[in-house]
Design a protein. Sequence first.
Length: 148
Amino acid sequence: MFSDNKKPRTMNEIGAQPNRISKNTKIKGDIDSEADFRIDGKLDGNVKTTGKVVIGKDGYIHGKVECVNADIEGSFNGELMVSDLLSLKSSAVIEGTVSVTKLAVEPGATFNASCTMKGKGASGAGSASGGFKSSLGSTSANGPAKAS
């Protein structure tokens, strides 16, 4: 009524609400979807989606995640493959391997992972179009890398 920022958010071409795993819910298994996902509980398994994955502050995933975008406030351990933007909030804890095109890290986030960054259109790690590899904290005697 008072501003234009209340336009409906497009979730995906299906137009469905995001899937949600609520706090105090534990799931073992694999998820394959075209919709967005929000995890506030615990998932031991794999997630593959053409949408966005959000791990809430109390959320935890152990496994492999493939998605277009991801916002992480909680914990992740495994292989994370994000084809566009990975956003790590200050409370995020990431361990494992990460492959991403764009990375945003808030101060306070713990990123203890091997990271491969791809340029747009790059077909693999270390490609001629500006592939960047880093291993933050994975060999450090001082513990995980902490953004500050």
